[in-house]
Design a protein around this ligand. Structure first.
Ligand SMILES: [Fe+2]
Length: 246
């Protein structure tokens, strides 16, 4: 029996909702962050975790392992950021991991190299809801973009979603390689939540007028060519390194 998916997310693999109202920066500045190198130079402030501790691990890495559902709120963190908890709970869908991610500025080539797929649905029982990711941009980064590709090396069909404050996107992060190209000179903060697909999430997407296609901001072809060359160079270098280790 297949997983239960959201028709809106399944159409293109992502959906852009109406922006949410700005949140006071004190909500994320006061949180406890831990170094967790994910996609670029990042730190994470967990709001919901495997067992309510300040931990970023996938739930399947803990004992007993489970899929990315039934996250436990980190009481001390949630108390500092009730507006962020409210945003994560707004759909009424099951919440797995929920955290604020802090990302340092990077280049387009960095973002392409950082592109990855998640494994949120590891151990997710057939017939239950597919886990997708909500990305809610907290800082105002209109020159930065969430980059989505179905194949890391292939720029055709790339989606670039500008990250102004209030930008709200849901992505099937197992379908899309994803990473953020963050321009600017200060860190970008976003609320990232694992939500379970189902009628609650569908209603939330409808209520906020989810759009399954958005126009890309323009990209200089020379910059694209340069970043593609750099991506291939770095990927080949990494492959050679693994080969020499093997
Ligand atoms: Fe990811």
């Amino acid at each position: 029996m297949p997983h239960l998916t959201s028709p809106a997310v399944a159409e293109t693999g992502y959906v852009v909702l109406d922006p949410f109202d700005p949140v006071d920066a004190a909500q994320w500045r006061s949180l406890e962050y831990i170094g967790w190198r994910s996609s670029g130079v990042t730190r994470f402030a967990p709001l919901a975790s495997y067992d309510g501790s300040v931990d970023c691990n996938g739930f399947w890495n803990r004992t007993p392992p489970r899929t990315d559902k039934d996250g436990v709120w980190v009481d001390a963190q949630a108390a500092l950021a009730p507006a962020l908890v409210g945003l994560a709970r707004e759909p009424g869908a099951n919440v797995g991991r929920c955290r604020v991610v802090e990302l340092q500025p990077n280049t387009y080539a960095d973002a392409l190299y950082n592109l990855h797929r998640d494994d949120n649905n590891r151990l997710n029982p057939d017939g239950t809801g597919w886990v997708v990711r909500g990305f809610l941009n907290l800082t105002d980064d209109p020159g930065s973009v969430l980059v989505l590709r179905e194949d890391q090396r292939d720029p055709s069909g790339e989606v670039r979603i500008p990250l102004a404050a209030g930008c709200r996107v849901i992505v099937d992060t197992e379908r899309y390689f994803h990473a953020v190209w963050h321009t600017g000179d200060s860190p970008r903060y976003a609320l990232v939540t694992s939500w379970t697909s189902g009628p609650e999430l569908d209603a939330y997407i409808a209520a906020h007028h989810g759009r399954t296609r958005v126009a890309n901001p323009p990209l200089d072809p020379a910059l694209l060519a340069e970043a593609q060359a750099e991506l291939h160079r770095r990927l080949d270098e990494r492959a050679q390194m693994f080969q020499s280790l093997g």
